[in-house]
Design a protein around this ligand. Sequence first.
Ligand code: ADP
Length: 171
Amino acid sequence: MTIAVYPGTFDPITSGHADIIKRASTIFEKLIIGVYDKPDKQLLFSITERVDMVKKTVADLPDIRVTAYTGLTADFIHKVKGRVMIRGLRASSDFEREFEIALMNKKLAPDIELVCLMTSSEYQFLSSSLIKEVARLRGCLKDMIPDHVAIALKEKFSAKAPQVSKNETRC
Ligand code: ADP
């Protein structure tokens, strides 16, 4: 059985991530989603919130495990007996970054293979950071994030800036 691992920050999970998860789950017998606890970037959601949102998103899919991890992704993949790392590619800028990460990972863990799935065209422009920006400004995010993520974003930004929450989301 080939175990694949899809690591990411998922701050928050988007429909683009969900699409990669669905497609990867049809290729590999078992898929583990690794939610990276402490990336070197500022996060909106806690690790518990991010794991919870990913779990809710994949609740209907079989043979998927969601778990938080810290430290090197290669070490995490070894720990869960993974053989393949999944990543998603949107544009050439993603390719450059993923290529660098892939080469570094090959040095650290030559036994792990990288499989990149191209984004579906409707999600090409989607990123967690853009989603957060639009949510903060109460833009409509229909079909770009799961409904429960929309609720979590609304709550987050209402708590952070109560004065903005008076504007209803434009959907
Ligand atoms: P990281 O901080 O590790 O890049 P992200 O949560 O931002 O974590 O992304 C995880 C993976 O999902 C990355 O490989 C990223 O390129 C991919 N990804 C992000 N958004 C999309 C999307 N809209 N379509 C396809 N892949 C995506």
